[in-house]
Design a protein around this ligand. Sequence first.
Ligand SMILES: [Zn+2]
Length: 252
Amino acid sequence: MDVLKKMMPMEEESCFVLPNGGGDGVENGSDGDGKVGLVLIDIIKGFCTVGAGNLAPTEPNGQISEMVEEANRISRIFCDRKWPIFALLDTHYPDKPELPFPPHCIIGSGEENFVPELLWLEKEEENVTIRRKDCIDGIIGSINKDGSNVFVHWVKQNQIQTILVLGICTDLCVVDFVSTALAGRNVGMFPPLEDVVVYSRGCATYDLPPEVAADIKGAVAHPQEAMHHIGLYMAKARGARIVSQISIGSRN
Ligand SMILES: [Zn+2]
Protein backbone atom coordinates (compact mmCIF):
# COMPACT_ATOMS: atom_id res chain seq x y z
CA MET A 1 0.00 0.00 0.00
CA ASP A 2 2.88 2.36 0.76
CA VAL A 3 4.23 1.91 -2.77
CA LEU A 4 0.77 2.51 -4.25
CA LYS A 5 0.20 5.61 -2.13
CA LYS A 6 3.61 6.92 -3.12
CA MET A 7 2.87 6.34 -6.81
CA MET A 8 -0.67 7.68 -6.57
CA PRO A 9 -0.66 10.22 -3.75
CA MET A 10 -4.05 11.64 -2.92
CA GLU A 11 -4.55 14.41 -0.48
CA GLU A 12 -7.96 14.56 1.10
CA GLU A 13 -9.66 17.65 2.42
CA SER A 14 -9.82 17.22 6.15
CA CYS A 15 -13.41 18.25 6.71
CA PHE A 16 -16.70 18.96 4.99
CA VAL A 17 -18.85 21.10 7.23
CA LEU A 18 -22.61 20.82 7.22
CA PRO A 19 -24.62 23.71 8.66
CA ASN A 20 -25.78 23.31 12.23
CA GLY A 21 -29.36 23.36 13.41
CA GLY A 22 -31.80 21.55 15.57
CA GLY A 23 -34.62 20.76 13.23
CA ASP A 24 -36.88 22.13 10.53
CA GLY A 25 -36.19 25.44 8.98
CA VAL A 26 -32.42 25.18 9.21
CA GLU A 27 -31.01 26.49 6.06
CA ASN A 28 -29.22 23.82 4.08
CA GLY A 29 -25.98 25.06 2.62
CA SER A 30 -22.51 25.16 4.03
CA ASP A 31 -20.31 28.14 3.36
CA GLY A 32 -19.59 28.37 -0.32
CA ASP A 33 -21.02 24.94 -1.06
CA GLY A 34 -24.61 25.91 -1.76
CA LYS A 35 -27.43 23.50 -1.03
CA VAL A 36 -26.21 19.99 -0.25
CA GLY A 37 -27.89 16.71 -1.22
CA LEU A 38 -26.81 13.29 0.04
CA VAL A 39 -26.38 10.41 -2.43
CA LEU A 40 -26.26 6.86 -1.03
CA ILE A 41 -25.06 4.25 -3.49
CA ASP A 42 -26.04 0.58 -3.11
CA ILE A 43 -25.84 0.27 0.67
CA ILE A 44 -27.77 -2.95 0.37
CA LYS A 45 -27.62 -6.42 1.86
CA GLY A 46 -26.28 -8.01 -1.32
CA PHE A 47 -23.10 -5.93 -1.11
CA CYS A 48 -22.71 -5.33 2.62
CA THR A 49 -24.27 -8.05 4.74
CA VAL A 50 -22.21 -11.16 5.48
CA GLY A 51 -23.41 -14.15 3.44
CA ALA A 52 -26.16 -12.27 1.57
CA GLY A 53 -25.39 -13.54 -1.93
CA ASN A 54 -22.67 -13.84 -4.56
CA LEU A 55 -21.27 -10.33 -4.09
CA ALA A 56 -21.69 -10.04 -0.33
CA PRO A 57 -18.77 -10.25 2.09
CA THR A 58 -18.10 -13.78 3.35
CA GLU A 59 -16.95 -12.56 6.75
CA PRO A 60 -17.28 -9.33 8.79
CA ASN A 61 -15.36 -6.52 7.10
CA GLY A 62 -14.14 -3.39 8.88
CA GLN A 63 -14.18 -1.05 5.89
CA ILE A 64 -17.74 -2.02 4.96
CA SER A 65 -18.97 -1.80 8.57
CA GLU A 66 -17.51 1.69 8.96
CA MET A 67 -19.12 2.79 5.68
CA VAL A 68 -22.54 1.55 6.86
CA GLU A 69 -22.09 3.26 10.24
CA GLU A 70 -21.11 6.55 8.64
CA ALA A 71 -23.96 6.35 6.11
CA ASN A 72 -26.36 5.84 9.01
CA ARG A 73 -24.91 8.79 10.93
CA ILE A 74 -24.96 11.21 7.99
CA SER A 75 -28.44 10.06 6.91
CA ARG A 76 -29.73 10.86 10.42
CA ILE A 77 -28.31 14.37 10.18
CA PHE A 78 -30.05 14.89 6.83
CA CYS A 79 -33.36 13.36 7.89
CA ASP A 80 -33.50 15.33 11.17
CA ARG A 81 -33.37 18.46 9.03
CA LYS A 82 -35.52 17.13 6.14
CA TRP A 83 -32.68 17.65 3.69
CA PRO A 84 -32.73 15.75 0.40
CA ILE A 85 -31.36 12.21 0.12
CA PHE A 86 -31.14 10.20 -3.10
CA ALA A 87 -30.63 6.48 -2.46
CA LEU A 88 -29.78 4.01 -5.22
CA LEU A 89 -30.52 0.31 -4.70
CA ASP A 90 -28.96 -2.17 -7.15
CA THR A 91 -31.83 -4.43 -8.24
CA HIS A 92 -31.87 -6.98 -11.06
CA TYR A 93 -34.32 -9.27 -12.83
CA PRO A 94 -33.23 -12.93 -12.96
CA ASP A 95 -33.32 -13.09 -16.77
CA LYS A 96 -31.15 -10.02 -17.30
CA PRO A 97 -27.56 -10.66 -16.23
CA GLU A 98 -25.12 -7.85 -15.49
CA LEU A 99 -21.84 -8.97 -16.98
CA PRO A 100 -19.12 -9.60 -15.94
CA PHE A 101 -20.66 -10.03 -12.51
CA PRO A 102 -22.39 -13.19 -11.25
CA PRO A 103 -26.12 -12.96 -10.49
CA HIS A 104 -26.71 -10.56 -7.60
CA CYS A 105 -29.40 -8.46 -5.94
CA ILE A 106 -32.18 -10.30 -7.77
CA ILE A 107 -35.57 -8.77 -7.12
CA GLY A 108 -37.33 -10.63 -4.33
CA SER A 109 -34.14 -12.17 -2.91
CA GLY A 110 -33.81 -9.54 -0.18
CA GLU A 111 -30.26 -8.78 -1.34
CA GLU A 112 -31.62 -5.76 -3.21
CA ASN A 113 -32.85 -4.02 -0.07
CA PHE A 114 -31.18 -1.58 2.31
CA VAL A 115 -28.94 -3.09 4.97
CA PRO A 116 -30.92 -3.51 8.22
CA GLU A 117 -29.16 -0.43 9.68
CA LEU A 118 -30.64 1.81 6.96
CA LEU A 119 -34.09 0.25 6.57
CA TRP A 120 -35.59 3.16 8.50
CA LEU A 121 -34.89 5.39 5.47
CA GLU A 122 -37.79 3.71 3.64
CA LYS A 123 -40.18 5.51 5.99
CA GLU A 124 -38.62 8.95 5.47
CA GLU A 125 -40.67 9.64 2.37
CA GLU A 126 -40.67 13.41 2.79
CA ASN A 127 -37.00 13.90 1.98
CA VAL A 128 -35.74 10.53 0.73
CA THR A 129 -35.95 9.52 -2.94
CA ILE A 130 -35.28 5.82 -3.52
CA ARG A 131 -34.33 4.62 -6.99
CA ARG A 132 -33.89 0.98 -7.89
CA LYS A 133 -31.39 0.61 -10.72
CA ASP A 134 -30.14 -2.28 -12.80
CA CYS A 135 -27.09 -0.47 -14.15
CA ILE A 136 -23.69 -0.09 -12.50
CA ASP A 137 -23.85 3.64 -13.35
CA GLY A 138 -26.58 5.09 -11.12
CA ILE A 139 -27.24 8.07 -13.38
CA ILE A 140 -27.85 5.86 -16.41
CA GLY A 141 -29.83 3.62 -14.05
CA SER A 142 -32.03 6.63 -13.19
CA ILE A 143 -33.39 6.97 -16.72
CA ASN A 144 -37.09 6.20 -16.97
CA LYS A 145 -38.75 4.53 -19.97
CA ASP A 146 -39.97 7.93 -21.19
CA GLY A 147 -36.42 9.31 -21.18
CA SER A 148 -36.79 11.42 -18.04
CA ASN A 149 -34.15 11.00 -15.34
CA VAL A 150 -34.95 10.67 -11.64
CA PHE A 151 -31.52 11.98 -10.55
CA VAL A 152 -31.76 15.04 -12.81
CA HIS A 153 -35.25 15.73 -11.48
CA TRP A 154 -34.08 15.35 -7.85
CA VAL A 155 -31.18 17.80 -8.35
CA LYS A 156 -33.41 20.32 -10.07
CA GLN A 157 -36.39 20.04 -7.74
CA ASN A 158 -34.23 20.48 -4.63
CA GLN A 159 -31.91 23.05 -6.27
CA ILE A 160 -28.87 21.06 -5.18
CA GLN A 161 -25.48 22.63 -5.83
CA THR A 162 -23.32 20.10 -3.99
CA ILE A 163 -23.77 16.34 -3.77
CA LEU A 164 -22.16 14.39 -0.96
CA VAL A 165 -21.57 10.82 -2.15
CA LEU A 166 -21.33 7.71 0.06
CA GLY A 167 -21.60 4.03 -0.74
CA ILE A 168 -20.18 0.89 -2.25
CA CYS A 169 -18.10 0.04 -4.28
CA THR A 170 -15.65 2.96 -4.28
CA ASP A 171 -13.99 1.82 -7.53
CA LEU A 172 -17.17 0.67 -9.29
CA CYS A 173 -20.61 2.17 -8.71
CA VAL A 174 -19.27 5.16 -6.75
CA VAL A 175 -16.63 6.25 -9.24
CA ASP A 176 -18.97 5.62 -12.19
CA PHE A 177 -21.67 7.75 -10.60
CA VAL A 178 -19.19 10.50 -9.76
CA SER A 179 -17.65 10.49 -13.25
CA THR A 180 -21.04 10.75 -14.95
CA ALA A 181 -22.17 13.46 -12.54
CA LEU A 182 -19.06 15.52 -13.28
CA ALA A 183 -19.22 14.93 -17.04
CA GLY A 184 -22.89 15.96 -17.04
CA ARG A 185 -22.17 18.93 -14.79
CA ASN A 186 -19.55 20.13 -17.26
CA VAL A 187 -22.04 20.25 -20.11
CA GLY A 188 -24.85 21.72 -18.02
CA MET A 189 -27.01 18.59 -17.84
CA PHE A 190 -27.71 18.76 -14.11
CA PRO A 191 -28.39 22.37 -13.21
CA PRO A 192 -27.67 23.80 -10.65
CA LEU A 193 -25.17 21.06 -9.66
CA GLU A 194 -21.65 22.41 -9.22
CA ASP A 195 -19.71 20.28 -6.79
CA VAL A 196 -19.28 16.55 -6.19
CA VAL A 197 -17.86 15.58 -2.80
CA VAL A 198 -16.91 12.00 -1.94
CA TYR A 199 -16.63 11.04 1.73
CA SER A 200 -13.79 8.53 1.92
CA ARG A 201 -14.82 6.87 5.21
CA GLY A 202 -18.37 6.71 3.88
CA CYS A 203 -17.24 4.53 0.97
CA ALA A 204 -16.05 0.95 0.82
CA THR A 205 -15.29 -1.77 -1.66
CA TYR A 206 -15.10 -5.56 -1.57
CA ASP A 207 -12.07 -7.69 -0.80
CA LEU A 208 -10.76 -10.49 -2.99
CA PRO A 209 -7.07 -10.93 -2.17
CA PRO A 210 -4.80 -12.32 -4.93
CA GLU A 211 -4.18 -15.56 -3.03
CA VAL A 212 -7.93 -16.21 -2.79
CA ALA A 213 -8.65 -15.17 -6.39
CA ALA A 214 -5.95 -17.59 -7.62
CA ASP A 215 -8.13 -20.50 -6.48
CA ILE A 216 -11.31 -19.27 -8.20
CA LYS A 217 -11.59 -19.93 -11.92
CA GLY A 218 -11.88 -16.70 -13.89
CA ALA A 219 -11.70 -14.48 -10.82
CA VAL A 220 -9.79 -11.20 -10.91
CA ALA A 221 -8.03 -10.21 -7.69
CA HIS A 222 -9.46 -7.16 -5.95
CA PRO A 223 -7.42 -6.17 -2.89
CA GLN A 224 -9.76 -3.98 -0.86
CA GLU A 225 -7.52 -1.26 0.50
CA ALA A 226 -5.72 -0.73 -2.81
CA MET A 227 -8.93 -0.65 -4.88
CA HIS A 228 -10.62 1.73 -2.42
CA HIS A 229 -7.64 4.08 -2.77
CA ILE A 230 -7.66 3.77 -6.57
CA GLY A 231 -11.41 4.49 -6.66
CA LEU A 232 -10.97 7.66 -4.61
CA TYR A 233 -7.92 8.63 -6.66
CA MET A 234 -9.89 8.29 -9.90
CA ALA A 235 -12.82 10.25 -8.51
CA LYS A 236 -10.44 13.03 -7.52
CA ALA A 237 -8.71 12.92 -10.91
CA ARG A 238 -12.11 13.42 -12.52
CA GLY A 239 -12.74 16.54 -10.45
CA ALA A 240 -14.46 15.34 -7.27
CA ARG A 241 -13.48 16.64 -3.84
CA ILE A 242 -12.44 13.86 -1.45
CA VAL A 243 -13.06 14.51 2.24
CA SER A 244 -12.05 12.43 5.23
CA GLN A 245 -14.50 13.88 7.76
CA ILE A 246 -18.02 15.26 7.86
CA SER A 247 -18.95 17.54 10.69
CA ILE A 248 -21.71 19.87 11.68
CA GLY A 249 -20.88 23.55 11.80
CA SER A 250 -21.38 25.79 14.79
CA ARG A 251 -24.61 27.67 15.18
CA ASN A 252 -24.47 31.26 14.13
ZN1 LIG B 1 -25.75 -4.85 -10.20
